[in-house]
Design a protein around this ligand. Structure first.
Ligand SMILES: [Mn+2]
Length: 332
């Protein structure tokens, strides 16, 4: 299966990887800031594939503090280095799940200094950077693109690789529920499960485990949710706002809110769901979801972010009301 990616590009990617399987070569893998399961899982799974091929000078990194939410701890994290310590001019740079260079922080500088750079991604909004761009907007996860390359390199999925790729796949497909859950997704999942990973334990850890404080926090934020039936050309929009005070009150880390959008977007009366997560006094991480009527990636891109037609996000500055009004204005 090739998806949107030309066979000559796959061949170039394979040749590029094979050329750095030699002593002394420096290889840097990078994924986007605040990595999710797909960003981290596709990067660390690919890293272990490179190790299997004999690559030694291997680093993985993402911008910002090197903290990974507990549910996303996975094999290969020993390869993580802070962005400041990443190779400044690697022989090969591979990026994962980053739709634009801004998502890579200071690691984006390596796009200029690296001898070769390959971009693995599945965002339709990908801005087209890197010397070789392997972007398939029809792929449910970057992990699918990474797996196609690992297969072409002859990598066998061991337990570590399989756990990482499975976490990437299961998070970006919403547990195999979203529209892009194709036969290829299930075929890859079958191979990963076949390698012996513990599907039940992984699912419980990632989706079904939450501190009691988070249960109370979700209840409070959902209790303030607002339904605007006239928004999105009458298709309706539901909004919810989680403040820093909410997190403090219930003693929860910010990442705990990642799952909250799923409880907001199930609103039957709204095509669009919008969740504002406060980052600082006038800065918000905004998550957008659509059931199909609206293209929320257009809204996110217009407001400085990116994503997919049905799932996108951006960083908003101003009051919560101002940001919700901006989203509303772009839903035309
Ligand atoms: Mn992804």
């Amino acid at each position: 299966v090739n998806g949107a990616i030309a066979e000559k590009d796959w061949a170039e990617a394979v040749a590029s990887v094979q050329s750095i399987i030699r002593p002394g070569a420096e290889v840097l893998l990078a994924c986007h800031v605040n990595p999710d399961g797909d960003a981290l899982g596709s990067m660390l799974g690919f890293a272990q594939g490179l190790q299997q091929l004999g690559v030694t000078g291997l680093q993985c990194s993402f911008p910002g503090p090197l903290s990974v939410p507990d549910p996303l701890h996975m094999p290969g994290m020993n390869l993580l280095v802070p962005e400041e310590q990443a190779y400044t001019a690697p022989d090969l740079l591979v990026t994962f799940d980053a739709a634009s260079t801004s998502r890579l922080g200071s690691l984006a500088q390596r796009l200029d200094s690296a001898a070769m750079s390959i971009v693995l991604d599945h965002h339709a909004s990908n801005s087209g950077f890197g010397k070789l761009s392997l972007v398939d907007p029809d792929a449910a996860a970057t992990a699918l693109v990474a797996a196609r390359l690992l297969d072409r390199l002859g990598v066998q999925y061991d337990l570590g690789i399989a756990e990482c790729l499975y976490i990437a796949l299961v998070t970006d497909t919403g547990s195999f529920k979203f529209d892009l859950t194709t036969p290829e997704v299930h075929e890859l999942a079958a191979r990963l499960v076949g390698s012996g990973i513990s599907v039940g334990a992984i699912s419980r850890r990632i989706f079904d485990t939450r501190p009691f404080g988070a249960v109370k926090l979700f209840g409070e934020v959902l209790g303030r949710a607002n339904l605007d039936p006239a928004a999105a050309q009458g298709r309706g929009m539901v909004t919810a706002v989680a403040t820093l005070d909410d997190l403090v009150k219930h003693n929860q880390p910010g990442y705990i809110l990642e799952a909250l959008i799923d409880s907001v977007r199930c609103t039957a009366e709204a095509d669009v769901a919008c969740l504002l997560k406060q980052v600082s006094e006038r800065e918000w991480a905004v998550s957008l979801r659509s059931k199909g009527g609206a293209d929320v990636s257009k809204v996110a891109v217009a407001l400085g972010g990116g994503g997919h037609r049905l799932a996108a996000g951006f960083t908003g500055r101003g009051s919560a009301d101002e940001i919700i009004e901006a989203v509303r204005a772009h839903l035309v």
